[in-house]
Design a protein around this ligand. Sequence first.
Ligand code: THU
Length: 134
Amino acid sequence: MKNIIDEQALVQRAMQARSRAYAPYSNYTVGAAVLSEDGTIFDGCNIENATYPATVCAERVAIFKAVSEGRRQLQAIALVTENGGSPCGICRQVMREFAPELVVLIADSTGDYRRTTLAELLPDSFGPEDLLDA
Ligand code: THU
């Protein structure tokens, strides 16, 4: 069952999560909030590491929290950065795994946001069906 997406509320949750970012190396703090189809919102922040590649993006933290709590049907994600930056390629691929029709809200630190979709951000994508059909 799809929810009516309260976009402002989702962006607000992402803003709150951003305040918990651990980003001492880049100082680029990111917050994310993902709406699952039962209406539950899971949030996340980026968590950096002294071994840089061990860093995890905010979007993946939020999505993995949802999945690890049993929610694989994801409807929308909001992310907030200082400058309204777009989600990285690895996060787009993780979104693709669980939510090819995901709505993506990309916000800056004032809360202004633009709405796009994963299909726009990751066209002609590779996904689970490609393996399962093989
Ligand atoms: N980052 C995210 O959390 N999400 C993205 O989509 C882009 C990048 C984080 C990773 C790292 O902690 C910092 O932003 C700079 O790359």
